[in-house]
Write a protein of this length. Structure first.
Length: 116
């Protein structure tokens, strides 16, 4: 089924929405760059990114974790749920504290991490 072409007003509205999305994304990147330039420690940068993502998406839950393939563990760097930041210090198994037989395994990719 073919979609009908957009009217000029609909196209303008769509372009404005896309522009607003890109501006918000650039704002996140800019604030992270400012954090890096101000010599924040690594945890402060995770916190900054988590807060910006939470605010941008109006998210109820945000988690930023890193995976260490050498030890096969996950470290939760930033977690936010139900209006509060949650701390999970230490290294944990990739499946979390509960075994989840339906969770897909972590896959290691032979490529460098992407930084924005």
């Amino acid at each position: 089924m073919a979609r009908r072409p957009l009217t000029p007003d609909e196209e303008r509205k769509q372009l404005k929405e896309e522009l607003a999305q890109r501006e918000a994304e650039l704002s996140i990147i800019s604030s992270v760059q400012e954090g890096l330039a101000s010599h924040l420690d690594v945890q402060a940068i995770y916190d900054l990114v988590g807060i910006r993502i939470r605010d941008f998406f109006d998210a109820q839950v945000v988690m930023i974790s890193t995976y260490d393939p050498v030890t096969n563990t996950v470290e939760h760097r930033y977690a936010y749920e139900k209006g509060e930041q949650i701390y999970f210090p230490g290294h944990h198994p990739p499946g979390g504290v509960r075994e989840n037989k339906f969770a897909p395994p972590f896959r290691q990719h032979n490529r460098a991490p992407r930084w924005f």
